[in-house]
Design a protein around this ligand. Structure first.
Ligand code: PMP
Length: 401
């Protein structure tokens, strides 16, 4: 893609390694969307021919997203994005099922939107248990089992960490919950396009999806709602989306999300192999050249796109700023939490000390990442770390790990 040619150091090119925070819209997706801004602009609820055509496009898109996660079309509810999907899943399910119980289980790995929803539900009379993580950021299914009580109504555990890339044992969790009358919600956003997301195989009842994470437009997402799982709607109005999400549908966006999902289904297998090779070269290259550098998260059970280092004696923010001077667009952790000065909740839950958690660098690869981008990062990172350590009064070569 043209813009990725803006990469690399010394030449004024920018190397974009922050795909977890935002992805470009694939030009093929833009092409599919364009007619829906102009000639195919009608409201899917209108009774005329153009309205029918819009309704058909909406249902076609629903079928594509359903196929993407092995669901039935009527089980897909379009939303404005993953935050809204998470809200509808957690608040919508909790309110509707309050009579059955008021206990909810999440994990310490979750996206900030799930953590903040959990706090919101606690303020509104629900009780929330948080399953701890192991050193690699994984939930132990046994520990999850021990948190389940008679009044547990909902478990929400994401497919993978959007921050350190660790994959969760989703299938085992689904199996534990099956037949217990407890709904299983998963925020699948971090894993979209990197793993097959099969709601049947994994016994998932509610799944949050985002369009941008598969190179579709922002402002669109979906919630998979298994048939028979009752929810209270949060958006009240004209009754669109089966009454669960009122508001005129964002048809151009929805068509874009569906095209993005179709492309992902066709290309995921080869793309994941390509990304994994780039990821491993970046990980090995940095760990070999930078003393006292470590990989956060799981060495193998991790997203093909995710690289997450920590460097003894370094502040993540300073490193990101030095890399920025070299044209490398990197992150210290989740963009959604970057405005807080708190260390990463996930890294602390993995057992890291505050200063270790603050010394982290997150690099996320994507569809337009090239081997040259990885080369540029491999050149810039050791130099930047060395420079920061030379400036640091605290760092000594023999400093304890
Ligand atoms: N869940 C996860 C795992 C995420 O990474 C994000 C951010 N991309 C969200 C939810 C929220 O998505 P959005 O900001 O698009 O609503």
């Amino acid at each position: 893609m043209e813009d990725s040619a803006r990469s690399s150091h010394g030449t004024g090119r920018l190397v974009y390694l922050d795909y977890q925070a935002a992805k470009p819209v694939d030009p093929r997706v833009v092409e599919a969307m364009l007619p829906y801004f102009t000639e195919r602009f009608a409201n899917p609820a209108s009774l005329h021919t153009m309205g029918d055509e819009a309704a058909e496009a909406l249902e076609r898109a629903r079928r594509s997203i359903a196929a993407f996660v092995n669901a039935r079309p009527e089980e897909i509810i379009f939303t404005s994005g993953a935050t809204e999907s998470n809200n509808l899943a957690l608040i919508g399910y909790a309110l509707r099922n309050r009579k059955k119980g008021n206990h909810i289980v999440i994990s310490e790995m979750e996206h900030i939107s799930i953590h903040n929803l959990a706090k919101y539900l606690e303020k509104n009379g629900f009780e929330v248990s948080r399953v701890p993580l192991d050193l690699f950021g994984r939930v132990d299914p046994g520990k999850l089992r021990s948190r389940i009580r008679d009044d547990t109504i909902l478990v929400s555990i994401g497919v993978a960490s959007n921050e350190i890339g660790t994959l969760q044992p989703i299938r085992e969790i689904g199996e534990i919950l099956q037949g217990k009358g407890i709904a299983f919600h998963t925020d699948a956003v971090a894993a979209e396009g990197l793993l097959p997301l099969d709601v049947e195989r994994n016994h998932i009842d509610l799944m949050s999806l985002s369009s941008n994470d598969i190179y579709g437009p922002r402002g669109v997402g979906a919630l998979y709602v298994r048939k028979g799982i009752p929810l209270t709607p949060l958006m009240i109005g004209g009754g669109q989306e089966n009454g669960l999400r009122s508001g005129t549908e964002n048809l151009a966006g929805i068509v874009g999300m569906a095209r993005a999902a179709e492309l992902m289904t066709e290309e995921m297998e080869s793309e994941v192999l390509r990304l994994r090779a780039l990821r491993d070269r970046l990980i090995e290259g940095v760990l070999q050249t930078v003393p006292k550098s470590f990989l956060n998260g799981h060495p193998t059970e991790r997203l093909a796109s995710n690289v997450h280092f920590r460097f003894t004696g370094i502040e993540g923010e300073s490193l990101v700023l030095l890399l920025r001077d070299e044209g490398i667009q990197a992150a210290t952790g989740s963009a959604c939490s970057s405005k807080t000065l708190e260390p990463s909740r996930t890294l602390i839950a993995c057992g890291l000390l505050h200063e270790e958690a603050h010394g982290s660098l997150e690099l996320t690869l994507g569809r337009f990442t090239t081997p040259e981008d990885v080369d540029a990062a491999l050149e810039a990172i050791p130099r930047a770390v060395q420079r920061l350590r030379r400036l640091s009064p605290l760092y000594k070569e023999e400093a304890p790990v």
